[in-house]
Design a protein around this ligand. Structure first.
Ligand SMILES: [Zn+2]
Ligand SMILES: [Zn+2]
Ligand SMILES: [Zn+2]
Length: 174
């Protein structure tokens, strides 16, 4: 995959404690989505685009019902099938990931690269960040193969404290 459509801040994007301009994240996510849809011959319909934007509003995953409520407020056809179809589309286009343990959806920071989503989930602020998976992926495939096992799903969701929460513990009121 071409690297030129990805964003420069990909590598440290995971560190959400840094005060990055999140609007830039949203903008580049939408731009990547437009490009990918053209490449894949798909249409980024209004509801798909808005769903993606709403999911990207923060680095916290958004549940289907929260999304549904927001779309309804804005006058979209928010019947569950419409919302689930939009989510399925965004998932299959690689624009979002499902965080299984939270049953919620997260915008992907490098949608233009083929990858699995492995996540670090902060117990405190509930921000979720993707982390680099190549080494782990290779190790998993190898270990599974030693058991004659063919991997299909790789759900890796680790919980803990993000760097921001570590330096400002809850209750510290900073
Ligand atoms: Zn951001
Ligand atoms: Zn991703
Ligand atoms: Zn945190």
């Amino acid at each position: 995959m071409e690297k030129n459509t990805s964003h420069d801040h990909d590598h440290n994007h995971g560190d959400q404690s840094t005060n990055h301009n999140h609007n830039d994240c949203i903008e580049s996510a939408l731009a990547t989505a437009e490009t990918l849809c053209v490449e894949q011959g798909q249409r980024l319909t209004k509801v798909r685009r808005r769903a993606l934007e709403l999911i990207w509003e923060s680095h916290r995953p958004l549940g289907a019902y929260q999304l549904l409520a927001k779309l309804a407020e804005e006058g979209f056809n928010s019947a569950p099938p419409t919302v689930y179809r939009a989510l399925d589309f965004l998932l299959s286009a690689g624009l979002i990931h499902k965080v299984e343990s939270m049953n919620a959806y997260l915008g992907c920071v490098h949608a233009d690269k083929e990858h699995k989503g492995y996540f670090l989930i902060c117990d405190d602020c509930h921000n979720v960040m993707e982390f680099d998976y190549q080494d782990i992926h290779a190790a998993l495939i190898e270990k599974a193969a030693q058991q004659g096992f063919e991997l299909r799903a790789e759900t890796i969701e680790l919980t803990g404290l993000c760097s921001a929460c570590k330096s400002h513990p809850t209750g510290a009121n900073v």
